[in-house]
Design a protein around this ligand. Structure first.
Ligand code: HEC
Ligand code: HEC
Length: 350
């Protein structure tokens, strides 16, 4: 027995995953704690033989809420000093994040974490690197009130939005009354749910276009499944639906004095077994969301892939395997507003 994987307990709905997990137990001697493998409801694959599923569409969203939320998402009116907006760290013209190891908020204080992409966020079943939140509304409220992020208060936000003619009439029209807390959160969340990135080469392949992937990319996909990457990065978002330890074969990363981020879920639960446990991130658009990991410790996908193989699977990759896996990950880049997402240049918003 090598270690214990700590996972969420949700209903098992994916028979492929069940078979794969058993394979993992046998092959890697991994024990699944606390009542078995957990997956979130809804993370099933369209094809039961595939661990990865096509991108879930956003479904039907009220277009007037989407456009109101879109305006708010890029408006510094939501930050107390009129300085930061959501796009300061979740840049929609690139990969939905910025190229910074860990973002910096007010007072120049560095955050615990690297900013995850905002694209396809509606398909993540938990939010944040530690999986603190189950709803976009709860997470967004925390961002708005966090003194190192938007540093706002509800009385301040509501007074500003009610005094702004454009916003006050838009809220009145859409929600039928003057803007309240729940309306702002609803407009923001509805917009974020609209941020899906369809038409990746991989989705075309899953949709039946067998030539959408090159031989090398297909080889990478095969390795992704055969090596066991897909046991953690799976479902429609290719991640985003379970908790796992970072460093199964190498021990949890040590926390340093000024950043408890590395302790992962332990900071929330205080349970020893949660040290170094993080939400498995989505790998959709991962080729354009560098730097990687919760603290942005590496800047290239090749490094991230070799660390994963070593720390999560106890495997040293050949250069060819790494190259094929990276080629596969590159096929996960989708489109926003009809444009293929591209990587952000090195950014600084402060
Ligand atoms: C100064 C940088 C910064 C700004 C501004 C910012 N964020 Fe973030 N955002 C982050 C960081 C860092 C995280 C990761 C936090 C964590 O994991 O605990 C994050 C995480 C998120 C997540 C969770 C994504 C996921 O998949 O887990 C959502 C949703 C989100 N932010 C929405 C927003 C919204 C909405 C706004 C504006 C109201 C906003 N953010 C403004 C840096 C920022
Ligand atoms: C046992 C579960 C597990 C396995 C197996 C696994 N991963 Fe991960 N992966 C994670 C977790 C957890 C993280 C987040 C680590 C962190 O930063 O805290 C992650 C992060 C990543 C990232 C960085 C994503 C980002 O946005 O920062 C990449 C890329 C990645 N994994 C690729 C792979 C590949 C390729 C494989 C197979 C070689 C693999 N993973 C196998 C759990 C796993």
């Amino acid at each position: 027995m090598i270690t214990t994987i700590n996972q969420l307990r949700f209903k098992m709905r994916n028979s492929w995953f069940a078979r794969f997990s058993i394979l993992c137990l046998v092959a890697f001697g991994i024990s699944l704690a606390g009542g078995g493998v957990g997956m979130y409801a809804g993370a099933t694959s369209a094809n039961p033989r595939e661990p990865l599923a096509p991108l879930h569409s956003a479904g039907v969203l009220d277009p007037s809420k989407v456009s109101l939320g879109s305006a708010l998402f890029s408006d510094p009116i939501l930050s107390s000093k009129n300085k930061l907006s959501c796009v300061s760290c979740h840049d929609l013209s690139t990969g939905g994040t910025i190229n910074m190891t860990r973002t910096v908020g007010y007072n120049g204080r560095m955050h615990r974490f690297n900013a995850p992409t905002i694209f396809n966020v509606g398909n993540n079943y938990r939010l944040g690197w530690r999986g603190d939140f189950t709803s976009l509304e709860d997470q967004n409220e925390r961002v708005l009130l966090d003194e190192n992020l938007m540093a706002a208060t509800w009385p301040m936000l509501l007074a500003r939005l009610r005094a702004n003619q454009v916003y006050s009439s838009a809220f009145q029209r859409i929600y039928g009354h003057q803007v309240e807390r729940g309306d702002l959160l609803d407009a923001l969340a509805t917009f974020q749910r609209s941020l899906t990135t369809p038409n990746s080469a991989f989705d075309k392949y899953l949709g039946g276009e067998t030539h959408a992937l090159t031989t090398n990319e297909l080889n990478g996909y095969r390795l992704f499944k055969d090596f066991g990457c897909a046991s953690c990065h799976q479902g429609s978002n290719i991640g985003g639906n379970m908790f796992q330890k970072f460093g199964i074969f190498s021990g949890p990363p040590a926390a340093n004095a000024e950043n408890d981020g590395d302790l992962g879920r332990f900071t929330l639960t205080g349970k020893e077994a949660d040290k170094g446990v993080f939400r498995v991130p989505s790998l959709r658009n991962v080729a354009v969301t560098a730097p990687y990991f919760h603290d942005g410790r590496v800047s290239t996908l090749a490094e991230a892939v070799s660390i994963m193989a070593r720390s999560q699977l106890g495997r040293t990759l050949t250069p060819n395997d790494t190259e094929s896996l990276v080629a596969f990950l590159n096929t996960l880049t989708g489109e926003y507003n009809g444009q293929k997402l591209k990587a952000a240049p090195t950014a600084s918003h402060n």
